[in-house]
Design a binder for this molecule. Structure first.
Ligand code: IVH
Length: 681
């Protein structure tokens, strides 16, 4: 075959494979056998390999996968991926309508859609060709999963028709239809692998797989529902219809409504017929149709004001409670988990349910042999709602909470006013040690990508890393050739891994690079109980350095925004433990960032420098969060409670009378939203 013939044959094969794909997937009417189809596809793959100059970015061979992604690249979203405000009550849907009418002062048309229960995705097309697919991630940046998304039959690789912008993004949801989900779980159970809890998890897990060939086998599906950015249409509905013409899969269950009654009708219809859909939905999304009105309404910090999600109430089933397990988490918290007689619920098989804590077990008054009602809301693990007393065996004994840690035997403790028991053996309890190490290197903390769960396990097992400071003392010669044998999955061949030069180099480089991670993330990385990402940021902003934070008294800690007694106490406890002080000392010596850098915060102005604000109530023009952000952006500080140090209380509607009284008694100025905005002028 010469070049010209090859080019022609590639063209023919591409057309044929596309034709058969359409028959198979879209029309469910295949006209050739799987065997013949595979032969065509294989020939095309072979020719594309031989003549790469003729291969097409939209070739159907892209659909079969084959590309391996070792690590997904992080990509910043052009438009942040926001979430939707949601509600379970039709009353609040009515209020949403009223709010919009008030804000716009004119009638509005709405579009009602399905709320797909899958994984959000943003697809970018350049000149009609799919160039990038990015997951939501934290809303600001997500994972580039393009190779995997290309395998999804319903995602067009090349657009049809015309009129699409030369470059644009379209957003939607990747989901696993229930049938494919069941098939996948059956296969997993046959292979003695843990089944996925629900189709959403399965979709999300599939999307993150390294081997795109495996992704292709999973039969994911994709529906598109939103185009961010400038568009050549006046309404959302027209955008979606255009998207359909360009070849995107857009749901047929979309209606335009002129009033709230129309919305209710759609909600009722879908609530009844949702189980007939081939995939899960968890509600309805209601959007303002006019893009101009959408723009007028704008966004709060988290979600658009022009849309709301109405979520269906959770479904419940009855099943038998078999036993209770106790799991020890990263911070030592012991969580009871119920093992249930497997039972189908809302499209999945439920085997376990969270019991939260000892109080919850007591409140539910669970007894051995009980039959219980289980409910599943949006969360992955279902909840036990109540025991069916009519089915309780006579003389059934209550479940007792354990008194000692199931991992290390240490007697469990519970702080006053707290629901959870925890194992206090922070530095000696294996899941806590490993949890602390994993947390330390995680993306939002020190982001040491060259280390992961498996490598940490190896380092821990070999006694090289027992606490986070040990990472910074690692030497190449300790790591080279380090070996571990483990069975990958039960019943499968055991695997032997050892560190090679390249990976040792990577580990040390990753550790080295983490020295520049900023203070708020270092603080978060330390894993102080209750000091999550937000709290760590607030503490870093308020105190500025670890030295100031260490000096802070209980009262001073509580003055920082969002810091209550529980968090304040936990911080005091952390700094009282000599082991922690030793680790901090070593981390300091290693050169980690323990103070905030002034230029780290890009201030809009320093108009509010030296001022401390307490923001309370609800506001007209901005959300509370927006006002707080404005304060920080202009050099001020937010505090959670009023004290003599407070400069201003910014009071909105519904501010509590207690706060007002306190402000008055301390002679703190109380200002309105407008007065606050005037301060910035
Ligand atoms: S519109 C700016 N439409 O629900 C708002 N989202 O809880 C863009 N979702 O992040 C989202 N179905 O992942 C929209 N028909 C639909 C949806 C939908 C499901 C997801 C989406 C979003 C989340 C919000």
């Amino acid at each position: 075959m010469n070049r010209e013939e090859a080019r022609e044959r590639i063209g023919q094969l591409t057309e044929a494979v596309n034709f058969h794909n359409r028959n198979y997937y879209e029309l469910s009417r295949p006209v050739i056998s799987d065997y013949d189809f595979d032969r065509l596809l294989e020939e095309l793959i072979r020719l594309e390999k031989e003549y790469p100059e003729f291969s097409d970015p939209a070739s159907p061979t892209q659909r079969v996968g084959g590309g391996i992604t070792k690590e997904f690249q992080q990509v910043r979203h052009t438009y942040p991926m926001l979430s939707l405000g949601n509600t379970y009550s039709v009353e609040e849907v009515r209020e949403f309508g009223e709010r919009i009418y008030k804000l716009l002062g004119e009638e509005t048309e709405y579009v009602c859609e399905l709320k797909f229960d899958g994984v959000a995705i943003g697809l970018t097309y350049r000149d009609g060709i799919l160039v990038q697919a990015v997951t939501r991630g934290d809303g600001v940046q997500g994972d580039d999963v393009t190779t995997n998304v290309r395998t999804i039959q319903t995602v067009p690789l090349r657009l049809k028709g015309r009129g699409y912008p030369s470059e644009f993004e379209i957003r939607g949801e990747i989901l696993l239809p229930r049938k494919s989900f069941e098939r996948l779980n059956k296969q997993r159970m046959d292979e003695e692998e843990e089944p996925f809890a629900n189709p959403r998890n399965a979709a999300s897990g599939s999307l993150k797989m390294q081997d795109s060939k495996e992704v292709a086998r999973r039969r994911l599906d994709c529906y598109l529902y939103y185009l961010p950015g400038e568009l050549p249409f006046p309404t959302h509905y027209e955008c979606l219809m255009a998207a359909k013409d360009w070849g995107f899969q857009v749901s047929d269950y979309i209606v335009k409504c002129r009033d709230i009654e129309g919305i209710f009708e759609f909600i009722d219809t879908m609530n009844l017929s949702r189980h007939e859909l081939p995939f899960d939905i968890d509600g309805i999304v209601i959007k303002v149709n006019s893009l101009k009105q959408q723009q007028q309404l704008g966004y709060t910090a988290k979600s658009p004001r022009w849309a709301i999600a109405y979520k269906f109430k959770a479904e419940r089933v009855r099943t038998k409670l078999l036993s209770i397990d106790f799991q020890v988490g990263r911070t030592g918290t012991v969580t009871p988990v119920a093992n249930l007689q497997p039972v189908p619920l809302a499209g999945t098989v439920v085997k376990r349910a969270t019991l939260h804590n000892a109080d919850n077990i007591a409140a539910l008054d669970l007894r051995k042999g009980d039959t219980v009602y289980v409910e599943k809301g949006g969360e992955i693990i279902p909840k036990i709602i109540e025991a069916d007393l009519s089915l309780r065996p006579e003389g059934a004994e209550p479940f007792m909470f354990i008194t000692n840690c199931p991992e290390c035997g240490t007697p469990l403790v519970r702080n006053e006013g707290e629901a959870a028991f925890f194992c206090p053996n922070e530095s000696g309890c294996p899941p806590q040690i490993k949890g602390k190490l994993e947390h330390f290197i995680s993306r939002k903390a020190m982001n040491i990508e060259s280390l992961g769960e498996g490598k940490i396990q190896m380092l821990y097992d070999n006694g090289l890393v027992k606490n986070v400071a040990d990472f910074y003392d690692l030497k190449a010669e300790q790591l080279l050739g380090l070996e571990k044998t483990y069975d990958a999955t039960e019943g499968k061949k055991e695997k032997k891994v050892s560190f090679r030069e390249k990976s040792v180099e990577n580990i040390l480089k990753g550790v080295e690079q983490s020295r520049i991670v900023n203070f708020e993330r270092v603080l978060y990385a330390l894993g102080i109980r209750f000091a999550g990402e937000t709290v760590a940021k607030k503490l870093a902003d308020h105190f500025g350095s670890i030295d100031q934070l260490m000096k802070a008294t209980f009262e001073e800690l509580k003055e920082a925004e969002e810091i209550g007694e529980k968090i304040a106490q936990s911080i005091l406890d952390y700094f009282q433990d000599p082991k922690n002080l030793e680790i901090l000392g070593r981390l300091k010596t290693a050169g980690l960032q323990f103070e905030i850098m002034e230029d780290q915060r890009m201030l809009k102005s320093d108009k509010l420098k030296g001022m401390i604000f307490v923001v309370s109530g609800t506001f007209q023009q901005y959300s509370r969060e927006e006002i707080k952000k404005e304060i920080e952006d202009n050099g001020g500080k937010n505090a959670g409670s009023i004290s003599s140090k407070t400069t201003y209380v910014v009071a909105g509607d519904k501010m509590g009378p207690e706060k007002l009284k306190k402000a008055r008694s301390l002679n703190v100025a109380v200002i309105s939203e407008q007065e606050f905005l005037d301060l910035l002028k």
